[in-house]
Ligand binder design. Structure first.
Ligand code: ADP
Ligand code: MG
Length: 248
């Protein structure tokens, strides 16, 4: 079996993993790069107080130049398309599960989700309903701020993989429950889950907490498989009864 799997590009680490795979009752899927293609693209850029949208994009892209997140590539591609010259960033920080921050022209700038904005007490009320609208379409909205003032938002869409729905249907056919585990916004997660008939969604989970969510499913007497693609999924992959690391 191990030899046959290798022909299909599947590496099985040991016989025990293969044996245990036959006992799985719940499969937990990471969202970005697992259920979705992991090739997100910018769909929307909006500004507040009459600011230039290109300025919003410029700040976002300058920050993302230092990030390895899939969302970063989408933002950088949008800036390249508009031929924007990126700004110089000092004191860059990637905040796991939240976004990125740094100083541009000595002003603190940030790009990320609501948690990141709350950490600096930035008022996001003017864009809140717009953000939830975009999230309900399955897009990932990110806030952009400078000098503790909201500047606008950028939304990114990552289409589901063509075969995700069928793969989940096949798991259902053999009686396996399918759960999605993601750091993304709960509305975005729910919209994506609905497209592929996922049974349960656990969203807004910080990377370091993903393994604990797997453990709590195990405590409910489930034999749990975790499927993920990212470095931030590694602890959850290790915690699961069987871990499936998928790569492109
Ligand atoms: P996932 O579990 O889907 O792989 P992550 O834990 O990596 O997600 O990120 C969760 C959320 O944190 C993202 O949906 C986004 O809102 C925010 N975030 C994380 N990194 C970045 C970044 N580099 N730029 C913008 N937003 C980010
Ligand atoms: Mg991921």
């Amino acid at each position: 079996g191990v030899g046959k799997a290798a022909e299909y590009g599947i590496l099985i680490r040991n016989g025990e993993a293969l044996q245990q795979a036959g006992n799985i009752t719940t499969v937990v899927l990471d969202k970005t790069g697992t259920v979705t293609e992991g090739k997100p693209a910018v769909t929307t850029i909006e500004s507040v107080r009459g600011l230039d949208e290109n300025e919003v994009l410029l700040i976002a892209a300058s920050l993302e130049a230092g990030s390895e997140h899939p969302l970063a590539q989408a933002v950088l591609n949008a800036a390249t398309e508009k031929q924007l010259a990126l700004g110089n960033v000092e004191n860059f920080k990637a905040v796991s599960g939240q976004g990125v921050t740094g100083e541009i022209n000595n002003q603190l700038t940030m790009l990320g989700n609501i948690k990141l904005m709350q950490s600096e007490s930035i008022d996001v009320s003017s864009l809140k309903s717009r953000v939830s609208e975009l999230a309900k379409l399955g897009q990932t909205p990110m806030y952009v701020a400078r000098d503790k003032q909201l500047m606008g938002l950028i939304a990114v869409a990552d289409p589901v993989k063509q075969d995700s729905k069928l793969a989940i249907e096949r798991l259902h056919n053999i009686g396996i429950k399918v759960v999605m585990l993601t750091g993304d916004n709960k509305h975005t997660a729910a919209a994506v889950a609905k497209q592929v008939n996922i049974d349960e969604v656990i969203a807004e989970v910080m990377p370091q907490d993903k393994a604990d969510k797997v453990a709590s499913l195990q405590q409910g007497n489930e034999v749990v498989a975790m499927v993920g693609d990212g470095i931030n999924d590694a602890p959850a992959l290790a915690r699961a009864d069987v871990g499936f690391a998928i790569g492109s």
